[in-house]
Design a protein around this ligand. Structure first.
Ligand SMILES: O=C(O)CCC(=O)C(=O)O
Length: 280
């Protein structure tokens, strides 16, 4: 591609990233009841290829986890995890600041606007292990359940690559709310969710298909048995009016300092790391 045509293509991608996408009342109801939703054709293949390449380069540049797979913990085997790439690269910032993706988050949560909590690339390498059952909000010092993660694969993600899987309607159940992601969370939650007959949605993603899941929904992913990395970008959004609560575990203390800039307890996390990405 010449520079001129790259520029034209990039302009079209920026327009696509910021154009509205229709979320129907049925989709809102589904998200509210099931705690997640998978939506096809949210972003075009050329756009995903373009930003996927940029984000992959950043993951390679920023990654520090070089240990061989057999020496890693379960968590380290699950993925390379690189956070807040938007602060490193302006092209990635355009992607993370997508109004289309942020408005979907606001529509699904039925709030007036959303802030960024943080972004994170989750690259499950070939021979990478499972992502154990867990709920994200265990880690976040935030005072309401109005949080949501967009999970965006940069390739078709068949079962052998470890697509994200969801325990449907598990966002409010009073089990395992104090367990960190680990072999223990995998075993205990697997058993509890089975005993209580939660249905699991564990299905492939096609390119352009995204999921959004609630902060308290239990989810996991299988191992990557393929020969290619499972390349995924995620953005975590929170209600723009959410408040910081007193941290109730050491992870929340860490997150409070790292991702909410240590803003006051009881106040809105409105520091430079938490911009409003969409407001009605
Ligand atoms: O991508 C994965 O394997 C796990 C993703 C996840 O847990 C999340 O986005 O909250």
């Amino acid at each position: 591609m010449t520079t001129a045509s790259t520029t034209t293509a990039e302009k079209a991608f920026t327009e696509e990233l910021n154009a509205p996408f229709t979320i129907t009342p049925e989709m809102v109801d589904f998200f509210s009841e099931y705690g997640y939703i998978k939506i096809k054709n949210v972003l075009s293949s050329p756009l995903l290829k373009f930003y996927g390449n940029v984000i992959t380069s950043e993951v390679k540049r920023l990654n520090t986890l070089e240990k061989p797979m057999e020496e890693r913990t379960t968590y380290e085997k699950a993925f390379l995890q690189i956070m807040n790439i938007w602060r490193e690269n302006d092209t990635v910032k355009d992607f993370v600041f997508s109004k289309r993706l942020a408005k979907i988050a606001a529509d699904l949560m039925q709030v007036n606007g959303v802030r960024l909590y943080h972004d994170q690339a989750l690259y499950k390498e070939p021979s990478g292990g499972i992502t154990p059952w867990h709920a994200d909000q265990f880690y976040w010092p935030l005072d309401t359940p109005k949080t949501i993660t967009a999970w965006i694969p940069f390739q078709d993600t068949p079962m052998e690559m470890g697509p994200l899987a969801f325990a449907e309607k598990s966002q409010s159940v009073e089990i395992g709310r104090d367990i960190e992601i680990s072999d223990e969370s995998e075993n205990i939650l697997q058993e509890e969710l089975r005993k209580r007959n939660f249905n699991m949605n564990d299905t492939p993603f096609e390119l352009g298909e995204l999921s959004y899941h609630a902060g308290w929904l239990f989810h996991r992913a299988g191992p990557n048995k393929s020969t290619k990395p499972r390349e995924v970008m995620t953005m975590i959004y929170m209600d723009k009016d959410i408040r910081i609560k007193k941290p109730s575990n050491s992870y929340q203390v860490n997150d409070w300092n790292s991702w909410c800039s240590g803003y006051p307890i009881g106040g809105v996390p409105e520091g430079p790391l938490n911009p409003v990405l969409y407001e009605r």
